[in-house]
Design a protein around this ligand. Structure first.
Ligand SMILES: [Fe+2]
Ligand SMILES: [Fe+2]
Length: 143
C-alpha cells in the first residue's frame, strides 16, 4: 500500500508547489498577453507554451492530494506586470529559484520521508524549470 502523505512535510511541499505552479499559470497567461499586445509574438508564444507546462506541473502535483487541508507559510513571488523585457528577466529569476533551490530541497525531503515517487516528480519539475529558464534567456535576447 502506498504511504499516506497526510501530516508530512512533503504534503505541505506538494501544496506549496501546487500553489506556486497555479500562480505561475496565471502570471504567464498575463505576460503572454502583454507580449502579444506589444507586438512581440515570439515572447508571447514562449510565455504561452511555458504556461502549458506549468499547468501540467500543477496537474501532476494535484494527483498527490489526499483530501485534507494544510496550513502553509508561503513565499510567493509578487512580480508586478511590466513590459515584456522586465517580465522575462523577472521570470528568469523565479524559474532559477524553482529549479535551483525549491525543487531540489523538496525532492530531498520527500526522499527522506519515504516518498520516492513524489521526489521523482520534484526532480522532473526542477528539470523543466531549468529548461524554462533557458527558453526565457533566449527569448530575452535581442532578435
Ligand atoms: Fe513549473
Ligand atoms: Fe517553469
Amino acid at each position: 500500500m502506498k504511504k499516506a502523505i497526510r501530516g508530512s512535510i512533503t504534503e505541505r511541499n506538494v501544496a506549496a508547489a501546487f500553489a506556486n505552479e497555479s500562480m505561475t499559470v496565471s502570471r504567464y497567461s498575463f505576460f503572454s498577453k502583454i507580449a502579444f499586445d506589444e507586438g512581440l509574438k515570439p515572447a508571447g508564444d514562449v510565455f504561452a507554451e511555458i504556461m502549458e507546462d506549468e499547468k501540467r506541473h500543477a496537474a501532476t502535483l494535484f494527483r498527490f492530494f489526499e483530501g485534507t487541508s494544510v496550513e502553509l507559510k508561503l513565499t510567493l513571488p509578487m512580480i508586478p506586470a511590466g513590459k515584456t523585457s522586465e517580465n522575462i528577466s523577472n521570470s528568469i529569476k523565479v524559474e532559477n529559484t524553482a529549479w535551483n533551490i525549491r525543487y531540489p530541497e523538496f525532492a530531498k525531503i520527500a526522499r527522506e520521508e519515504g516518498f520516492p515517487e513524489i521526489a521523482k516528480v520534484f526532480d522532473n519539475l526542477a528539470n523543466d524549470e531549468k529548461l524554462h529558464e533557458g527558453r526565457l534567456q533566449k527569448a530575452g535576447k535581442p532578435q
